[in-house]
Design a protein around this ligand. Structure first.
Ligand code: TXA
Ligand code: MG
Length: 350
């Protein structure tokens, strides 16, 4: 494995550095890349060894499948069966923060590791000019989970990636902060009724306006990896900062840091960080992970979170907060270690 100084930070303003990122991907190396949602950890999706490296670098259980990033629906159709429903969703929401889980084509060239034993493959067309340029330069499907160690908060800046995975990956393409700030919505189209597997940057309301009511996602499972195969992405404890979270707080404690929302902020916390003083959920989503990264410091006893409305992007924000606050039975040393080595035993943050 490379040493800590070996991760290159590439500046995409320079075409030579973008070409370098594509060349590293072609050589089977790992390159973190910006998207509109969060930073991804990219690898050549057709290269088994490169995809296996993703699981190793993240400490991610191999039963948790990966999203494959492509330039457009035509490129997606080389790998998965595009139903009429999928085509309608792609026309409406791609490029954008929506991932579609679809049946793999028989002749699909994407590594089976990306599907983690399932007959489906998750595909997404990111809405970020740099991701598009990288995909064009690389000229193939790119596997890309969020670029965080398994179980940790997703990165929304190149610095988050470098802090968590520096030395484990070949390069990070620095595209500045992510606009949406929360991961894509994952929609399973393999059954009779579309099923929401993960709330994210495309709202349930917008999907239901096109599709009608969605089937319920399977109940969240705990850190049992066998169960996880039936319901990937539904592990209840993930996206976790090291400090404990307390939700729906109206009165913070003096040793807590308050994660606030809106104008009416209670007093009494050691410090306060407001996700959106104006009460705007889009702004709150964009700030959420940077706030969790920034507040996760031993100077506080915990993070107290004010209630956020359960509508639109608020559903995805509340989902991440609930997972961050979920019990973490398997990780007793979590708040003290460096968050890497013991992650192989943990639920994945996906
Ligand atoms: O916004 C995003 O989606 C980011 C950026 C980098 O694109 N990526 C991301 O990937 O969040 P990841 O791996 O962290 O989350 C993908 C989620 C996981 O919950 C995984 O279990 C689920 O999608 N997933 C992937 N393939 C699947 C499949 N074939 N069937 C069901 N769920 C799948
Ligand atoms: Mg993830």
């Amino acid at each position: 494995m490379a040493d800590a100084t070996a991760t290159e930070v590439l500046r995409p303003g320079d075409p030579a550095q973008l070409a370098r990122a594509a060349a590293l991907l072609r050589a089977g190396r790992l390159v973190a890349f910006p998207t509109e949602t969060v930073y991804g950890l990219g690898a050549d999706a057709a290269n088994d060894r490169a995809v296996a490296e993703i699981f190793a670098a993240k400490g991610r259980p191999r039963i948790n499948p990966l999203i494959v990033h492509v330039t457009d629906v035509t490129a997606a159709a080389q790998h998965v069966e595009i139903s009429d429903r999928a085509a309608a969703l792609a026309a409406r929401f791609w490029p954008g923060p929506l991932t579609l889980v679809l049946p793999r084509r028989r002749d699909c060239q994407v590594s089976l590791l990306c599907s983690a034993g399932l007959e489906s493959l998750a595909v997404r067309v990111p809405d970020h000019p740099l991701t598009q340029s990288l995909l064009e330069a690389f000229d193939g499907p790119m596997a890309g989970p969020s670029a965080n160690p398994s179980g940790r908060v997703s990165p929304t800046s190149a610095a988050h990636v470098a802090n968590a995975l520096g030395g484990r990956i070949a390069a990070v393409l620095d595209g500045g902060p992510c606009r949406v700030g929360i991961e894509s919505t994952v929609l399973d189209l393999t059954g009779a009724t579309p099923r929401l597997l993960r709330q994210g940057g495309t709202s349930q309301e917008d999907l239901e306006a096109l599709l009608g009511p969605l089937a319920d996602a399977p109940a969240a499972v705990t850190d049992d990896h066998d169960t996880a195969l039936a319901a990937p992405g539904q592990l209840s404890s993930h996206y976790a900062p090291r400090l404990p979270l307390r939700l729906n707080v109206t009165q913070p404690h003096a040793d807590e840091v308050l994660l606030a929302f809106g104008a009416a902020v209670p007093e009494g916390a050691a410090a306060t960080r407001n996700l959106s003083p104006a009460g705007d959920l889009t702004e709150a989503a964009a700030n959420l992970f940077a706030a969790l990264h920034g507040l996760d410091r031993p100077d506080f006893a915990g993070i107290a979170v004010m209630p956020l409305p359960e509508v639109g992007l608020g559903r995805a924000i509340n989902d991440r907060l609930r997972r961050a606050a979920a019990p973490r039975d398997n990780r007793p040393d979590d708040r003290r270690d460096n968050g890497r080595d013991n992650n192989f035993q943990q639920a994945d943050s996906a």
